[in-house]
Ligand binder design. Structure first.
Ligand code: SF4
Length: 326
């Protein structure tokens, strides 16, 4: 009976997964538009393993009417979701019906935000760009600074040409109204030489995305020789790219440039701290969570506010709690 119930549930949500809590996107419902593992690339770091269907030909890989009806069923209950995300084990833009799904959500449930995780290899196809025009957030990958790195890291289908891929990606960044976070996966020994970083700088300068996210191996990839980038190595990318785009490291080593941390002045931060602890005594960890800032930055302000007699600090078994005097 339990099995029967689970299989009905699975059928109902066959093309959707989650919602899951995602560090980058908040609560995200995944939409899977291609069967496992259909992709125009076969990246060495792919968490889904090796690509079994390596192709660039677009087709209605899964029936979009069924996807739409599952989405409709899910969304009509008005669930709390931050993003509906085209993701899954493969490249979503390979489904020729993606535009229909985008339009359905934007026409019928305009309050929900759409995110597209993509390898951007089809971005030189105007039809694809037209279909994804209405997504709110696009996260394309850029892991190679030249054709050789592209071949070694992304192992593309033979129809994918590196220069055309870069043209498609930069052209998209220039013309889209969607927010763009470019994701760059660092593969030590392949795309992290000084020359590679210089080439990445040129591409990113030209594309001018809203943000660059640096990632590296966190979980096993499709091959076993790939190693994670060290914090020091990742910081070489940060230093080179930050003059041209806000940079964040999202792998095992975390970094967020000042421009991406909440843009608040010290006075505003003091005000927010006082407002928060006026509601309930809080620890530094509570404030890291609430403000999205580094613990050091918050601790510095707390020490200054305590020294000025504006707030109190009290040690308890659960740590230091800050509260308003009296
Ligand atoms: S583009 Fe994405 S899904 Fe395709 S092989 Fe690379 S990491 Fe995996």
């Amino acid at each position: 009976m339990k099995q029967q119930f689970e299989s009905i549930l699975n059928m109902k949500k066959k093309y959707l997964f989650g919602p899951v809590a995602s560090r980058r996107l908040g609560i995200s419902l995944g939409i899977d538009l291609v069967p496992f593992k259909t992709c125009s690339l076969n990246c060495v770091y792919c968490e889904s393993g090796a690509t079994t269907m390596l192709d660039t030909e677009r087709r209605e890989f899964v029936p979009v009417d069924a996807v739409i009806s599952q989405l409709d069923e899910f969304l009509k209950a008005s669930p709390r979701v931050d993003y509906l995300t085209f993701s899954g084990a493969g490249e979503p833009t390979l489904n020729s019906g993606i535009g229909k799904v985008v339009d359905f959500v934007k026409d019928k449930y305009p309050d929900y935000k759409l995110c597209l995780l993509t390898n951007a290899t089809l971005f030189n196809d105007p039809q694809v760009l037209q279909e994804i025009k209405r997504v709110d957030l696009c996260i394309p990958s850029l892991d190679a600074s030249n054709a050789e790195e592209f071949a070694r890291i992304n192992r593309p289908a033979q129809q994918v040409d590196f220069n055309k891929f870069i043209d498609g990606l930069t052209g998209y960044c220039h013309h889209t109204d969607s927010e763009v976070w470019l994701e760059l996966f660092i593969v030590p020994g392949i795309n992290d030489s000084d020359a590679s970083i210089r080439r990445f700088v040129d591409i990113i300068k030209s594309a001018a995305p809203d943000k660059v996210q640096l990632n590296t191996l966190d979980r096993p990839g499709a091959v076993d020789w790939i190693k994670p980038s060290t914090a020091e190595n990742t910081m070489r990318f940060v230093r080179a790219l930050e003059p041209f785009a806000p940079v964040e490291a999202v792998g095992p080593f975390k970094y967020k440039c000042l421009a991406l941390r909440r843009k608040i002045t010290l006075g505003e931060l003091d005000h927010q701290i006082i407002e928060l602890i006026g509601r309930r005594p809080s620890t530094v960890e509570d404030m890291v969570e609430a403000f999205g800032l580094k613990a050091d930055t918050i601790k510095e302000r707390l020490d200054a506010l305590v020294a000025a007699g504006k707030i109190n600090s009290e040690r308890s078994r659960r740590g230091d709690f800050y509260s308003l005097p009296g």
